[in-house]
Design a protein around this ligand. Structure first.
Ligand SMILES: NC(=O)c1ccc[n+]([C@@H]2O[C@H](COP(=O)([O-])OP(=O)(O)OC[C@H]3O[C@@H](n4cnc5c(N)ncnc54)[C@H](OP(=O)(O)O)[C@@H]3O)[C@@H](O)[C@H]2O)c1
Length: 246
């Protein structure tokens, strides 16, 4: 497929997991792709792939929007047709253990970051551009230990709905993808130990009717659809991709 021939795409957090799979897919379908991340080694690895520009940009940095805009002006001629606001992480703890620094950290990366990035790229969005937020099925589940992470993803969903209503007048479509459990680096970044991750995975698997974790490529396929002209009448929608978990 060549749905993105001549298109310019940005994928935040594009060095691993869902973001990386989506970046490579958009590239394979013809887009010029710019990805962001924090890990220099990962950025170097994906930056060596033909058609991918890798830029150091921490979503938690209050300056993330300005940096991203500069990179888009430099590498994508100041034009974005497909924007996947994907960078994010989660950590899990009981409600009684929430600490101010941890709440701020998750909100800075998962909520403030994409809002500032969208603000900075607003005037770079092409007519009929598509914007996609990455939320999580957790935002609507009663998942123990996930109150802070779920709150960030609920906020992302709300931001998406408002932005969709605002940018539609220009022909820009804003949507969200809401993955269930996906086999990526996400769980390793939660701060849980190997045994805790295994126990968590066993519990979660019992809640997924398809009986397995999703793959990054499965999420990328749906993300690419929502970012493509094939989804031209889809607006303000949160598309759940979770093997039936919710
Ligand atoms: N995996 C799941 O089960 C699942 C389910 C629902 C939703 N999600 C969401 O999917 C998104 C991608 O996660 P993933 O599963 O693909 O995990 P992953 O493999 O850990 O990838 C996360 C990506 O985000 C980047 N990132 C993290 N913090 C960042 C920051 N502060 N600034 C810039 N980049 C940052 C990472 O790059 P660096 O290492 O360079 O920082 C990496 O490229 C997240 O928003 C996550 O909440 C995941």
């Amino acid at each position: 497929m060549t749905r993105f021939t001549g298109k310019h795409a940005v994928v935040t957090g594009g060095t691993s997991g869902i973001g990386r799979a989506t970046a490579l897919r958009l590239r394979d379908e013809g887009a010029r792709v710019l990805v962001t991340g924090r890990d220099v080694a990962r950025l170097t690895t994906i930056g060596e792939a033909e058609g991918i520009t890798a830029v150091l940009d921490d979503a938690a940095d209050p300056d993330t929007g300005r940096r991203l805009r500069e990179a888009v002006d430099l590498h994508l001629d100041g034009r974005v047709d497909a924007l996947f606001l994907n960078a994010g992480l989660g950590a899990f703890a009981p409600v009684g253990a929430a600490e101010p620094q941890e709440v701020d950290r998750q909100f800075a990366i998962n909520v403030r970051g994409p809002l500032l990035q969208l603000a900075a790229l607003d005037s770079a969005l092409a007519p009929s551009a598509a914007v996609l937020f990455n939320t999580s099925v957790v935002n609507g589940l009663m998942m123990p230990g996930a109150s802070v992470y779920a709150a960030t993803k609920g906020a992302v969903r709300s931001a998406m709905r408002s932005a969709a209503g605002e940018l539609a007048a220009r022909g820009v479509r804003v949507n969200a993808i809401s993955p269930g459990p996906v086999d990526t680096g996400f769980f390793g970044a939660t701060g849980l130990g190997a045994q805790e991750i295994e126990a968590f995975a066993t519990t979660v698997l019992g809640q997924v009717p398809l009986g397995r974790f999703g793959t990054a490529d499965e999420i990328a396929a749906t993300a690419a659809f929502l970012l493509s002209h094939e989804a031209s009448f889809v607006l303000g929608h949160e598309l759940v991709v979770d093997g039936g978990m919710s």
